[in-house]
Each structure stands twice: as structure tokens, then as C-alpha cells.
Design a binder for this molecule. Sequence first.
Ligand SMILES: Nc1nc2c(c(=O)[nH]1)N[C@H]1C(S)=C(S)[C@@H](COP(=O)(O)O)O[C@H]1N2
Ligand SMILES: [Mo]
Length: 313
Amino acid sequence: MLIKIPKGWEIPEREATPESVYLNRRQWLQAAGFLGAQGLLAAATESKSPYPAKRNPEFAKGDHPITEEWAATGYNNFYEFDPNNKEAVKDKVGAFVTSPWTIEVTGLVNKKKTLDVEELVRTLPLEERVYRFRCVEAWSMTVPWTGFPMSELIKLCDPKPNAKYVRWTTVNRPDQMPGIKQANWYPWPYFEALRLDEAMNPLAMIVTGLYGKPLPKQNGAPIRVITPWKYGYKSAKSIVKIEFTSGQPETFWHKLQPLEYGFYSNVNPHKPHPRWSQAFDKIIPRMERVPTPMYNGYEKWVGGLYKGDPDKI
Ligand SMILES: Nc1nc2c(c(=O)[nH]1)N[C@H]1C(S)=C(S)[C@@H](COP(=O)(O)O)O[C@H]1N2
Ligand SMILES: [Mo]
């Protein structure tokens, strides 16, 4: 017959501890629990903000000074709010609700799922990177983005081996985004895509912050894409869907103007836009004219993706 000898942690506390101490401790624990709940909540809220995140030393500065925050957050291409006036976008985002926010993960993945953006921000290691950002319209800026490597998100999505492309979709809310009604001939919602190896490149980022703070609505809150070696329109804002495909997806600007906007859209000073040169860009807000480097200066990271394939550069 086996006699069960209780281990230390199985002895009820009242047997292991003199009653006076036990009662005192219980009273103390009750009081601590009562006061502690609020204390803990306050501590959690304080420690929860991941902004500002630590700057990644590899991307500590761009080749031009960081653009003034008022300029980068006041001169925006976000056609869903205003397709004509970049300076008006920031004044039209007031009704746009960006929290809570979820992203649907679908297509060629092992398991379809929904991601919660606040949870991503809490659990993924945020870092700050200063990147040059070049619009196809030949203006540029240099901005400190906060986010995480796109590869981290792709890994969470767990694509199947036959997935070769990733496609992003922006939210479609005509009631909160006046530009959608204003320009109702556009094929809303905005959609963009990357080849999967481009998305896995260490330079590609998923961004949730700007200038050490959560992303302003006009810059694509609460979560957007940033691919600094490509023209700005590849960097879709306010995304709600990630889809994996085996074939090359259609993209918003290619669908509208196939002769002007290709799938790859890598920054290339030697390949003029049909209507203007891409050899120079103008830095907002003072519009200084500077030469545009190949791949926007990021050849070291991404040149290998397009080796020997002139169509893709
Ligand atoms: N959903 C959506 N994403 C978008 C756009 C847009 O109109 N809608 N404009 C693109 C273009 S053309 C550029 S240059 C950048 C501008 O980003 P910024 O306003 O943060 O500088 O966002 C890109 N992402
Ligand atoms: Mo752009």
C-alpha cells in the first residue's frame, strides 16, 4: 500500500503556517489585491506603449536630413480622403476609425486567420528605421518609421509552399473616407502586391508608427506597408486584408494606367515615366532638387532580387 506523503506545496497553508501569521497574511493579500489591481493596471498601461521604439543602427539616418514632421504628416497621397489635394488629406481623416482593427489573412495559407493589430504591436519587436521615401511623382522625404520586418508578419501568416505573391487590400469605408465618393470611378478598395521574396527582404517593413508615435491617420493608420526601394504607391495604407497567391496579382495603379505603372515599380532614375523624368526628386517641403539613386539608394539590399532582368527594374 502506498502512503501519500504530501509535498510541501500540497500542505494547506493553515497547517504549514501559524494561524496568526496566516490570518495576517490573508488580510494583507486581500488589501494588496484590492489596491494592486489598479496599481498593476497603471503599470501595465505605462509599460505598454512601445513608442518611441529603439532605432535600428543600420538605418539610423538617410542620405538627406530627416524631413520635418509637419511636412511628412501634412503632404499626403491618400486618395480615399482626397484624390486632388495632398495638403487637405490631414483635415479629412477625422471621422476615420482606426481602432480596433483586424486584418484578414487568406488565400494560400495553411490556416486562414484574423490578426489583431493592437496585439501585433504588443507582441512583435518594434524598431525605428530612417528610410528615404520616393513618390513616383518625383517628390521625396526622409522619415523615421516604426514597425517590424515584413518577414515577421509573413511568417505569422504561414503561407503554403505554392504561394509566390502577397497582396494587400486597404479598408473600404466610403462613409469615413470622402475621396472614395469623390472619385467613384477608381476601382476601390486600394490594392497592391509584392513578390514573396521581395516581401521577405529585410528592407521591407510593416509600419505602425512615425516620428516615435503611432501612425497618424493620414499616413495610413493603424498599419501599412513600406518598401523604400519602390515608388511610394506600392506602400499600401490602412490594410485590412493579406492574401497569398500563386500568380502575379493585379494592382490598383496598374489596372488604371497599365502603361505608366508596372507591377515592380522599383525606383529607377534611368527609366522615365511616360510623362516626366525620374532622374531627380524634390525634397519636401522646400523642394530641393537632388539626383534619384537606383533603387532609391537601396541596391545593396535589393539589387539581387532582380539580377539580369531589365523588365523588373
Ligand atoms: N490606400 C492607399 N495607400 C496609398 C495611397 C493611397 O492613395 N491609398 N497612396 C500611395 C502613394 S502614391 C504614396 S506616395 C504613399 C504616400 O504615403 P505618405 O502619405 O505616408 O507619405 O502612400 C501610398 N499608399
Ligand atoms: Mo506616390
